[in-house]
Design a protein. Structure first.
Length: 470
């Protein structure tokens, strides 16, 4: 074995070589001559070759590599950075990160997740996402999304779209369009068959045959036929006619003549400068005016600062400084400092002072409480008093009283009673059962009688002393 040539050794196939197999070599730079013969395993020998050659698969070339000729790759190649000054032809290129070219990339089909080109030219360009400064073509079909600062073309056919600005000068779009988000039209827009908006439609001028909206807001809203809505607000309103459920005009002034058909309800205060004419009823918490002319005025409180007049004025309670009229009828109470009139017809009344100068009361009068008559009173058919009737002079055809007391009592025909008493009595005739004189005897006679004094059938009886003066 020791003296055999290498050529005499048996051969071994490359596929049979193990990593632990050995090779001999002479290490020429070994200092010790006895140690220049060395051995190396195929594992270490491959590590040596990997520094200069590409391995079968999975190898990484460190540093730059320059290819002056053609590079043909039949499999897959992963490159960090590739710089080509000539023409490169690939049957298929897969770029995991970014591919940057300073020249032109062309091919029958170029696909990728993201491509950033200065210029892309082709009969058909397809991709999941195309990010370009400018895309120009005869026809562009985007299965998912087309976006850009400016997208122009002769015809556009979008299923859906999100636009910052959509320019369609003098163009007509057909079919139904659904816009989600905000749509701003720079210029004029015409809708042939209608527009439905869930948000807000705004513009310098919006016209249409019919506008149906939850809210319409504008500097000027002109309805050539009708303006209607749950709430219509504005600074100025100019309506020829209108039907309003609620008309809110806080501190506003309306000019001209207004004709309102139906009911008008004012929530708050309303002021009419020159007059109001109502065929039905005017009602409110407070109604004021210089002059109110109405067939009927009904209210909890009616105040006329100067005058309240009418054919008939009625109310539960009336407080007037002065009442003047042909007839005044009060169902419950009439009160005042002074009440005057030609004829007064009271069922009952409570008077502090009742002035009736040369007046006549018809019917029966009942006074409850005390009644003081200043002046003369004449009762035509009789007066009945449950208490006391007093006066400077009381006259009558017949006075029937339990007690009559006075300084002087004059009976032109007859004075009668169970007991008639007084300090002095002056009678033409005295007829009675008992005549009692309480004045004691003296120089002045107690009874002065000129005529006949007689008694009944039993005679004339005198009880007590009888003194007959000359």
């Amino acid at each position: 074995m020791a003296n055999r040539r290498i050529s005499e050794f048996p051969a071994i196939s490359g596929i049979d070589i193990d990593e632990q197999d050995l090779l001999t070599l002479v290490h020429v730079f070994e200092v010790d001559p006895t140690l220049r013969n060395k051995k190396v395993t195929f594992t270490e020998f491959r590590n040596y070759l990997d520094q200069y050659y590409v391995n079968i698969t999975g190898e990484i070339i460190a540093g730059d590599i320059t290819i002056t000729g053609n590079l043909t790759v039949s499999g897959a190649t992963s490159l960090n950075t590739v710089t080509s000054t000539g023409l490169a032809t690939f049957s298929g290129v897969v770029v995991q990160n970014n591919l940057t070219t300073t020249g032109t990339i062309s091919g029958t089909v170029i696909t990728g997740d993201t491509a950033g080109f200065t210029t892309v030219t082709g009969t058909t360009i397809t991709g999941t996402t195309i990010l370009a400064t400018s895309v120009t073509g005869v026809s562009g079909v985007f299965t998912d999304q087309l976006s850009g600062a400016t997208v122009t073309g002769t015809n556009s056919n979008f299923t859906t779209g999100t636009f910052q600005t959509l320019i369609a000068g003098s163009h007509t779009t057909t079919g139904d369009h659904t816009v989600s988000g905000n749509l701003r039209v720079s210029g004029s827009g015409f809708f042939a068959s209608g527009i439905t908006v869930t948000g807000t439609v705004s513009g310098q001028t919006i016209t249409g045959t019919e506008v149906q909206a939850t809210n319409i807001t504008g500097v000027t809203v002109v309805g050539t036929t009708t303006v209607s809505g749950a709430t219509v607000t504005g600074t100025n309103s100019n309506f020829t006619t209108g039907t309003f459920q609620t008309l809110v005009a806080g501190s506003h002034t309306t000019t001209g003549d207004h004709t309102i058909s139906g009911n008008l309800f004012v929530s708050g205060s309303g002021f009419f400068a020159s007059g109001i004419s109502v065929t039905g009823t005017v009602s409110g918490q407070t109604i004021t005016g210089t002059t109110v002319q109405a067939t009927n005025i009904t209210g909890v409180t009616v105040i006329g600062t100067t005058s309240v007049s009418g054919t008939v004025v009625t109310g539960d309670t009336g407080r007037f400084t002065q009442i003047t009229g042909n007839t005044a009828t009060f169902n419950s109470t009439l009160s005042g400092v002074t009440i005057t009139g030609t004829t007064a017809n009271f069922t009952s009344g409570n008077f502090i002072d009742l002035f009736v100068v040369n007046q006549t009361f018809g019917g029966n009068l009942i006074f409850s409480g005390e009644t003081l008559t200043k002046g003369d009173a004449t009762f035509e058919s009789g007066v009945t008093v449950t208490g006391t009737l007093s006066g400077t002079t009381i006259t009558g055809t017949n006075v029937q009283a339990t007690n009559i007391t006075g300084v002087t009592i004059v009976g032109t025909t007859l004075v009668s009673g169970t007991t008639v008493t007084g300090e002095t009595a002056n009678f033409t005739n005295i007829t009675g059962v008992t005549l009692e004189v309480t004045t004691p005897s003296g120089a002045t006679p107690a009874i002065v009688c000129s005529g006949v004094v007689s008694g009944d059938a039993t005679g004339f009886r005198i009880q007590g002393p009888l003194i007959i003066l000359p």
